[in-house]
Design a protein around this ligand. Structure first.
Ligand code: NAD
Ligand code: UFG
Length: 338
């Protein structure tokens, strides 16, 4: 299939490009590089030995979208482009709604004008909010606790309403749990532009000597070792979920949400121990106060994705930590190492 990938130069997008091309799909990227570098796509081209057409610009630009639709004529769109920092979303709600909801709206308008009927959307487990039960299944109530989460839920609603008015369409909503890890080549990976907000890139920067110590945000949660538990998923497994979703979208109509996680969870202390083993480096840690808005634990029930998408995560915790370390140690300054 010809697939337009918005935000394709980003962390998850770049890994997905490689998996799509490995399965014979033709890809085209639209990215404004607000959180990525064009060199990412050079690495993707080298690794795949395939051309990747890229348009530089904002997903909210209708004229650019019309140009891409006319020139590339996609059969489906994978929509990664968006903003994802929870803290920043609380300080800049309008900016987050503008990009995350406005971007999805502009894209659907352009798809309608061009007659494109299939979209795969990057949502998040954060749409569930405080767990009423775990593991979350897709029927769990949605009550996101951040502006970021509410922009994702609003975009999900928009996609459902779009589908309801156009029954021949398919919107696949993927609710990601905690993506970590890097491509086995160690050529592409997560490259936060600032101090990492997330656990794994922070640990990796401590291991490589860029930061002194990891702050563990609370060890008094109601979990076995007191630290927060998450369902970490290898980014290559996540990328493959998009390939499966694309196949699903060719065979189905509807607007359907899928949890994309492993169904297992690990604590902060377990992640640190696993990373120490993978890297052979000591990771100094300090216990600090809980981070506002954090929940104790979350975990996916991914059986719907397993059954209906025919997808299952296959990478282990060791795969996650080893690939992160290979990427970080070979690219200590991320893509700036080029
Ligand atoms: P990322 O920041 O690495 O990738 C997003 C890409 O979109 C970047 O290349 C950025 O330059 C581009 N972009 C942002 N705004 C744009 C705009 N207005 N126009 C065009 N391009 C734009 O993030 P990621 O981790 O790869 O996440 C991809 C998607 O998955 C996002 O929508 C994010 O909200 C969602 N998601 C991520 C996580 C996570 O923990 N990484 C979890 C759940 C959901
Ligand atoms: N943590 C630390 N120290 C750090 C960073 C994180 O102890 O420096 C802890 C957190 O308290 C939490 C765990 O590590 O217990 C994981 O934290 P992350 O920030 O890596 O991940 P979150 O689960 O908090 O958030 C992620 C994404 C959000 C998304 C959410 C749900 O960053 O965008 O998953 O999908 F909304």
């Amino acid at each position: 299939m010809r697939v337009l990938v918005t935000g394709g130069a980003g962390y998850i997008g770049s890994h997905t490009l490689l998996e799509l091309m490995a399965q014979g799909h033709e890809v085209c990227v639209l990215d404004n590089y607000c959180n990525a570098r064009p060199v990412v796509l050079d690495r993707v081209r080298n690794l795949s030995n395939r051309p990747v057409t890229a348009y530089t610009g904002d997903v909210r630009q209708a004229t650019l979208l019309d140009q891409v639709m006319a020139e590339f004529a996609p059969e489906a769109v994978i929509h990664f482009a968006g903003l994802k920092a929870v803290g920043e979303s609380m300080r800049d709600p309008l900016g987050y709604y503008d990009v995350n909801l406005g971007g999805t709206l502009a894209l659907l308008h352009a798809m309608d004008r061009a007659g494109v009927r299939r979209i795969i959307f990057s949502s998040s487990a954060t749409v569930y909010g405080d767990p009423e039960y775990l593991p979350y299944d897709e029927a769990h109530p949605t009550a996101p606790t951040s502006v970021y989460g509410r922009t994702k839920l609003a975009a999900e609603t928009l996609l459902r309403d779009w589908h309801a008015a156009h029954p021949e369409t398919c919107a696949v909503i993927l609710r990601y749990f905690n993506p970590v890890g890097a491509h086995p080549s160690a050529q592409i990976g997560e490259d936060p532009s600032d101090t990492p907000n997330n656990l794994m890139p922070f640990i990796a920067q401590v291991a490589v000597g860029k930061r002194g110590a990891l702050q563990i945000f609370g060890d008094d949660y109601d979990t076995p070792d007191g630290t927060g538990q998450r369902d970490y998923i290898h980014v290559v497994d996540l990328a493959r979920a998009h390939v499966a979703a694309l196949r699903y979208s060719a065979e189905h109509t509807g607007a359907r949400a899928f949890n994309i996680g492993t169904g297992e969870s690990y604590s902060v202390k377990q992640m640190v121990a696993a990373f120490q083993t993978a890297s052979g480096q000591d990771i100094p840690c300090q216990i600090t106060a809980r981070r506002t808005g954090d929940i104790a634990a979350m975990q996916a029930n991914a059986s719907r994705a397993n059954q209906e998408l025919g997808w299952k995560a296959t990478h282990s915790l060791a795969d996650m930590t080893q690939s992160t370390w290979a990427w970080q140690s070979q690219n200590p300054d991320g893509y700036e190492s080029d």
